[in-house]
Design a protein around this ligand. Sequence first.
Ligand code: URA
Length: 241
Amino acid sequence: MRIDKLLSNAGLGSRKDVKKLLKSGAVKVNETVIKSSKEQVEPDADVVTVHGEEVQYREFIYLMMNKPQGVLSATEDKYQETVIDILQPEDQIFEPFPVGRLDKDTEGLLLLTNDGSLAHQLLSPKKHVPKTYFAVIEGKVTEQDTKAFRDGVEFDEGYVTKPGELNILKSGLTSDIELTITEGKFHQVKRMFEAVGKKVVYLKRISMGSLQLDEELELGEYRELTNEEIEELKSGYNPED
Ligand code: URA
């Protein structure tokens, strides 16, 4: 990989900052001063130092965001703000992407990483990774809906959903529910309620696999996953599959 990327990923500043650092002669690769940003290095084999201190290389980043409404789950968009735009530059340097999509008006748990293998595992339809949502529904949600979701409901185009587990927390003029599903079709939760004649008025994802939304995170805030969270998430999925 390029030396400037390695230095940026190690937290030594933006690509522009590390270019200056390189020009100043502070960076050595295996005891040789390197001034070109384009120099290729082998992170596992080469020893890189800055002012004599060894740089620890880090490849992956894992972030948990409490996604706010009004922001797109995309890496870039010409007109609208994306979840990547609201990250700090030192995290953007890792080029993370959102694992799956939440609608613009959906809040809650969004995992951002540059670990393509983990993302692939979590998104693979074969893995049936459970995702739990909290939602407010217009009207009275009933046990009939619970049964319908367990049996699978039909979308307009004829697709029948996999069983979903509906938990009614409050039922009345509006209802509070939790719904766990193992697939991720476009607008899945909203369309499941549409299929039983009801409307989602608020939607928030609270978990994905073993990962739970940290309720300490305000909307728009994010933090790195702990080592335990990363291990637990990875242990559920075999990269060979
Ligand atoms: N289901 C939806 O309808 N929207 C989301 O953002 C996520 C799941």
